[in-house]
Design a protein around this ligand. Structure first.
Ligand SMILES: NC(=O)c1ccc[n+]([C@@H]2O[C@H](COP(=O)([O-])OP(=O)(O)OC[C@H]3O[C@@H](n4cnc5c(N)ncnc54)[C@H](OP(=O)(O)O)[C@@H]3O)[C@@H](O)[C@H]2O)c1
Length: 308
């Protein structure tokens, strides 16, 4: 398929793009930077520089033509959630980078002549949709939470506007495990030195998915018309932070007892600490109904693969 990829130059995109190329798809990678994924050179990969959050980008010929010619679109664009303090200005950026990009993309889809353009849109979202809870479990049917990450609700609403136009798949992504980035990438250096441990009281839930499985899921959802609607993109066995820290310590052959105090994180990350100090137990009910085969369904396997 001819595919247009937005927000696929980061931690997930680094693994997704090579996988889609392996499947023989022809890719246009839209990025705000001139040379995204510089190490990747492939005859089926074209780079297109544009700011996808700016509606005027989508009416310019290169991007407009690439969208019209695409059979599928993946949109994962969004300013990183847990990198900086959640000042009002940064919260606005977290919101706008997702909402404006998705809105501009969906409006550009709507502007294409009827019967033209992509047949499927895979759009990102996150398990932050549900809010946090120590005791509840969340399936796709659970209602949205009311905390700061309710921006996921607005993000999904923008994507929903494309549902009359093409097959729409929304992925509520959990904590993505890969060795070279994301939450695990930040924890690994500390754990490798033997100073790792649970963050906060360790009781909070972590609903995770290996980056390998997430990318396989995206590839499958692009290729298989049976995928439609909203899915929790998480492995079937969420764990507590304490279990996660113990498993990571075992995997690396290092002690993992020193708890990382919540207040310290709060100081460093402000409200962003919420992402790791409070969690949610999210289950992949729809993926299991659909028979999605997780390679890394168990935490030990996922950590071994991510750290090897
Ligand atoms: N990693 C996780 O654990 C996790 C968990 C839940 C949900 N997610 C969601 O999944 C998506 C992909 O995750 P990731 O870990 O690959 O993220 P990432 O490494 O931060 O990459 C995000 C992508 O979004 C684009 N982007 C960043 N800031 C932007 C801005 N201000 N305006 C427009 N585009 C911007 C970047 O594209 P360019 O710089 O090339 O333009 C980049 O390709 C994100 O939306 C994230 O919120 C990730």
């Amino acid at each position: 398929m001819r595919m247009l990829l937005v927000g696929c130059s980061g931690f997930v995109g680094r693994a997704l793009v090579p996988l889609l190329l392996q499947h023989g798809h022809q890719l246009t990678l839209v990025s705000r930077s001139a040379q995204p994924l510089p190490a990747l050179q492939h005859p089926l990969l074209t780079r297109l520089r544009a700011n996808p959050a700016d509606p005027s980008s989508w009416s310019q010929p290169p991007l407009q033509q690439a969208l019209a010619a695409a059979e599928a679109v993946v949109n994962l664009a969004g300013e990183p959630i847990a990198e900086k303090r959640w000042t009002p200005a940064h919260l606005q950026l977290l919101h706008d980078s997702r909402i404006h990009t998705t809105r501009a993309l969906v409006q550009a889809l709507a502007a294409l002549p009827a019967g033209e353009g992509p047949g499927v849109l895979i759009n990102g979202s996150a398990i932050g949709y549900y809010g946090t809870s120590a005791s509840q479990s969340f399936s796709e049917a659970s209602p949205a939470g009311a905390d700061v990450l309710r921006l996921c609700q607005a993000w999904e609403a923008e994507a929903q506007a494309a549902s009359g136009r093409c097959r729409l798949v929304i992925l509520r992504i959990g904590i993505v495990l890969g060795g070279d980035g994301g939450a695990l990438g930040k924890m690994l250096p500390v754990f490798r030195l033997g100073f790792g441990g649970p963050i906060g009281d360790g009781q909070q839930w972590m609903s995770w998915i290996s980056r390998h499985d997430l990318c396989q899921l995206i590839a499958q959802a692009l290729e298989d018309p049976a995928y439609a609607g909203t899915y929790n993109a998480v492995a079937p066995e969420p764990c507590s932070m304490a279990q996660f820290a113990a498993a990571l310590g075992r995997c690396l052959g290092r002690p993992s007892l020193l708890p990382v105090p919540g207040p310290l994180l709060q100081l460093l990350l402000g409200d962003g600490a919420k992402v790791v100090l409070e969690g949610q137990r999210v289950l992949p009910e729809r993926l299991q109904q659909q028979g999605f085969a997780f390679r890394d369904g168990q935490l030990n396997a996922a950590l071994a693969a991510a750290t090897s």
